[in-house]
Ligand binder design. Structure first.
Ligand code: BG6
Length: 491
């Protein structure tokens, strides 16, 4: 077991030149430096195949941080951070190169954290290289990005290979949604509020909608995205994480083991979707050109490097059913896509209407209690409740009004930190609770694989095109309309 520590650490980044390092890791490290969360003797060892030295890498890192940080860079903070950075030239396919890294690591007795910000097909050589050079010993840790593999088989291969060199307690699998404040708050909302605790099952809930909508396209990541699609990129991990946290039973305590145990139980109860029912339960789409926030954007098939005939989905909507006593009969609708009308993530819980309606005017038939949990942006929680319209009329007239809690921004806006900042910090401390365990990843693939397989076998039914800047293909609305429901509107 790894013990929580504030010891100095050597953070080794594989993929120092890559997209993730530029966009997320470097800005997160800057912010950790700013909030004095990095130990005095911690070092950052960036690795890559490029023929760079430390000076050159520091210059590149400075440029990227200036570009991707959402604030002015402070020269003193940057000086401190850059003094920790070293560049080590490693070709991960050459095991002998790892001895160069070993030499640097041996200069100190720091805890070592390897951060693999690389594509899944490079991971194997990293594990082997570290193992050969004996750099995998406890208390080193290894952080891996999602998605782990592209299907159950490849994911198992990575996990099997990984387990030859590292114990599960050394492995930190990232799903950055687990580092988001609003997702962490779901546990408090569900298990600290007795009102929700007692009203969270098929006895009181009618259905749930989870939307994670993005304005961005594939951001120049054709090769990555075209292999993954929105299903592997977003549903296999982020959306299933939200779904499991939202529906799992109360864990025995809030340790990582107990929470992961409950989440895995939910993943095992997901009703299978495959070729036999794929058209009933799933919709996939691909964006064509259009306008997002007034700006013209190209179609998916016109993106840099595109294969014009690609049938990769950039939008997915799924009706999910859970096979357990608590949730059976309650659909959970998932929706996620790129180049949609607005960037936002939201959960809407629709409560059942009362079985007997005392207030028989036409309006009251339509009213329903809803809990609207906005995860991003501007996280907040709203509850739609029904009340009498004041007045002298004999008949009761009802309407719905909204209670809104803005607690995040009113009181704690300064405390909100970026997900990567939190997850880097936790991996350096050695706390695993915000990371995903092997069983979760593999159970998620077990459910996802037959859907992707099913789509492949319905090639006469390709992704439906949707115009960029809209809410996705028409069939997404029909998925709910078949059940006499509609997507909760963004506002
Ligand atoms: C990443 C995906 O995991 O999450 C991206 O690879 C996606 O394609 C991103 O855009 C969305 O993250 P967030 O935090 O902006 O919702």
């Amino acid at each position: 077991m790894i013990i929580e520590t504030n010891q100095a650490c050597d953070l080794v980044i594989f993929g120092a030149k890559g997209d993730l390092t530029k966009r997320k890791l470097l800005p997160a490290l800057y912010k950790l430096e700013k909030s004095k969360k990095i130990h005095e003797h911690t070092r950052i060892i960036a690795t890559g195949r490029a023929d760079w030295n430390t000076q050159k890498y520091i210059k590149i890192a400075e440029k990227e941080i200036k570009y991707f940080l959402n604030e002015e860079i402070n020269i003193f903070i940057w000086k401190k951070l850059s003094s920790r950075i070293f560049f080590c030239n490693i070709d991960v396919y050459k095991p002998l190169d790892f001895f160069r890294l070993k030499k640097i690591l041996n200069e100190k007795k720091n805890i070592i954290v390897y951060y693999c910000a690389v594509p899944p097909n490079t991971l194997d050589s990293i594990f082997i290289g570290l193992g050969n050079a004996n750099l995998n010993m406890i208390p080193s840790r290894i952080v891996l990005e999602k998605p782990l593999g592209i299907c159950l088989k490849t994911s198992k291969q990575i996990n099997d290979q990984l387990s030859k060199y590292f114990l599960e307690s050394q492995i930190f699998r990232i799903d950055h949604y687990l580092g988001k404040e609003s997702i962490l708050n779901l546990l408090a909302l569900r298990f600290a509020n007795s009102f929700f605790f007692y009203n969270w099952s098929n006895e009181t809930i009618d259905h749930i909608q989870i939307t994670v909508s993005e304005e961005v396209g594939i951001e120049d990541r054709w090769n990555y995205f075209d292999t993954m699609g929105q299903m592997r990129d977003m549903v296999q991990n982020h959306l299933l994480q939200i779904l499991t946290i939202l529906t799992m039973d109360q864990p025995k305590d809030i340790t990582s083991e107990s929470i992961r145990h409950e989440k895995v139980k939910i993943l095992r109860t997901l009703s299978p979707i495959n070729i036999s029912n794929i058209n009933k339960y799933t919709v996939r789409g691909q964006y064509c050109s259009g306008f997002v926030k007034g700006e013209k954007v190209p179609a998916y098939s016109e993106e840099n490097g595109a294969n014009k005939n690609s049938q990769t989905e950039t939008f997915v909507a799924i009706k999910v059913n859970l096979n357990n006593n608590k949730w059976s009969g309650i659909p959970i609708y998932l929706r996620t896509g790129k180049r949609l009308a607005h960037k936002y993530s939201e959960i809407v819980v629709f409560f059942k209407k009362n079985p007997i309606n005392l207030f028989k005017n036409s309006q009251s038939e339509l009213l329903q209690n809803k809990l609207i949990i906005r995860l991003e942006p501007n996280a907040n929680i709203k509850f739609d409740f029904i009340h009498k319209i004041p007045g002298l009329e004999q008949e009761y007239k009802l309407e719905s009004s909204q209670m809104k809690s803005n607690y995040f921004h009113q009181k704690y806006s300064k405390n909100i930190i970026d997900a990567y900042e939190r997850l880097l910090f936790e991996s350096i401390r050695g706390i695993q609770s915000l990371f995903v365990c092997r069983d979760e990843v593999e159970e998620a693939w077990k459910w996802i694989d037959p859907i992707i397989e099913g789509w492949k076998n319905t090639e006469n039914n390709p992704p439906q095109l949707y115009m960029s800047g809209t809410w996705g293909p028409k069939n997404s609305d029909l998925l709910l309309a078949h059940d006499n429901r509609y997507w909760h509107e963004f506002n």
